[in-house]
Ligand binder design. Structure first.
Ligand SMILES: [Zn+2]
Length: 171
């Protein structure tokens, strides 16, 4: 990521073709500002960026997760904000009306039946527990697939991102 670089992306609902979101970014030394919209509501989030030396020379850049400040390669958009995958599990919102929102609501319902960190509550049958867990994984996979297609779409439109492992590459 070079300081001073900026740009934007738009993404659309695959079935309706309607634009469902957009994101603009601008990079300054040490941080990146994201401007995006969720359900037509504009949002801004500034993410710190850090740099580490790379074994093969050069440097690798990382996002600093805004919730627990760990260094991560990929940030996920959930509940209207970007954070790392781990933290996104902890931060909840289920108000979105889109397909991803439905998977969150479905997952939220299941998680309410489970203990802390998805532990099996006392007295719950193993088969019930397995079924609930697989529902959660199904929701996670659906969202991962949606996210991957979103990122792939962006890379198609912005080939320079491919050379930018910190931004959209999976570790
Ligand atoms: Zn985090």
């Amino acid at each position: 990521m070079q300081a001073g670089r900026s740009g934007s992306w738009h993404w659309t609902n695959q079935t309706t073709g309607k634009e469902t979101g957009s994101i603009g970014y601008s990079v300054r030394p040490g941080c990146m500002t994201l401007n995006y919209s969720i359900d037509d509501q504009p949002r801004t989030q500034t993410i710190s960026v850090s740099e580490t030396g790379c074994n093969f020379g050069g440097t690798r850049q990382w996002f600093i997760c805004p919730i627990r400040f760990e260094r991560v390669a990929v940030l996920y958009l959930r509940a209207g904000r970007f954070a790392c995958r781990h933290c996104q599990r902890l931060v909840y919102a289920s108000q979105s009306s889109d397909a991803l929102g439905r998977t969150w609501r479905r997952q939220h319902k299941v998680e309410k039946k489970l203990g802390e960190d998805w532990h099996r509550p006392k007295g719950m049958h193993q088969t019930t527990y397995d079924r609930l867990l697989s529902t959660i994984w199904d929701c996670e996979e659906k969202r991962d697939a949606a996210l991957c297609s979103f990122l792939a779409g962006m890379m198609d439109r912005h080939p320079s991102l491919r050379a930018d492992p910190m931004l959209w590459g999976r570790p």
